[in-house]
Design a protein around this ligand. Sequence first.
Ligand SMILES: [Zn+2]
Length: 466
Amino acid sequence: MTSIHPQQIYAKSILLADGWQENVLLQHDSNGVITKIKPQTAKPANFSGKVIEGAVIPGMVNNHSHAFQWAMAGLGEASGETKDSFWTWRKAMYGFVENIAPEDLNHIASALYMQMLKAGYTSVGEFHYLHHDKTGSFYENPAEMSMQIFEAGNNSGIDVTLLPVFYRYSGFGPRDPTDGQKRFIHSQDAYGRLLEQVHLLASEYNQSYGIAPHSLRAVAREDLEFAVKALRSQSTTAPVHIHIAEQTKEVDDCIAHYGERPVEWLYNHLSPDETWCLVHATHLTPEEVTSIADSKAVVSICTTTEANLGDGFFPMLDYKSQQGRWSVGSDSHISVNATEELRWLEYQQRLRERSRTVLVDGANSSTGNWLWTQAAQGGAQSLQQPVGQIAIGHKANFLELNTDSLVFVGKSKEQLLDAFIFNQADTDTIASVWVNGIKLVEQGAHHAEERIIESFKESMTKLQRA
Ligand SMILES: [Zn+2]
């Protein structure tokens, strides 16, 4: 972890929790945590800190990532012999992952996280399930692959919350794992040991962690309860993420096994609270929508991946009307672009409702402002991290919009986020990206770009040949 010097930053304009402010003096400590915010103030004489000329907004949280899947993004788009579905995509994915070695995971994740930073994501929740070698044997260090994810966090500078996946079965029943799943599998004991190691690694790397019981089909009830209990013996607040109702087949299989739908079952038998994140809560009844909203858990909506895989629509309007909390993730990384995830979340509803500005209420409300701030704060809650807004006690994770970009010319401050999300005519919209008060990206270039790209190419060339 790079050591951080306490520092002052002077921003010409900045989006705080209560709106835009001009001429703001901001100070962070040696952990990159904001200790002081003073708006409407003149730049001190002999100011030796950093000056930011553009408009500063909170960094976005990407709370659902499977880093290794980026290596095959774009490879699943040719038609197959049978009608393509999520399940044929998954089979292709299993074939590709077979040859990914620890250094490859490091290289792929480092490059991916660099791309995330360039796109305005400053935190990532890594739902990490590639644990073992290609024969399914544990590495000498069973947390080897988890460590590579933290290394990639270091290489890129992004904030990482590692969510090691607990995966036991190939389906409800429980059914034995398939050969393609052998790199993912743990017994309860082995998962408990992994979790202890991840706890130590997180503190060594100054990063965060939680757990990710993969889904109700991949763990039995006692496994899910075991994982939550093991986590709570280490941390009372670390997050719990689970894939919940992505595909209708998954819902049907759950009903066949448990006699209940996935979300229905989860709320009848466990007590998800604000530390939980339900990923792909796509197929819900109105009662399930209410259960999630009332529990204050966060849903993770992965708009572009869910579209790519043909999952279905999340019932956003019903959920929003009940103050449901939500966030975004780039999941399989067929798109690494926060504005695209958010824009299409709104467009889905416009197309369905045959209406416009569907997600905001009242006159003159900015859709872009609502989407960005809600997603960032929901993402922060889902990782249980002090991020997602620029405020005292929060990490200095933010981006500077390039107000000289053609899409921002002639816009007021209040219109900037609408232009950022809905005007896609210029790629030059982000001037710089900061994590823990450190500038990692400037004018589209990452500080370790050459080294990261070279390593990525090396691994991808090797995997292509394999
Ligand atoms: Zn996922």
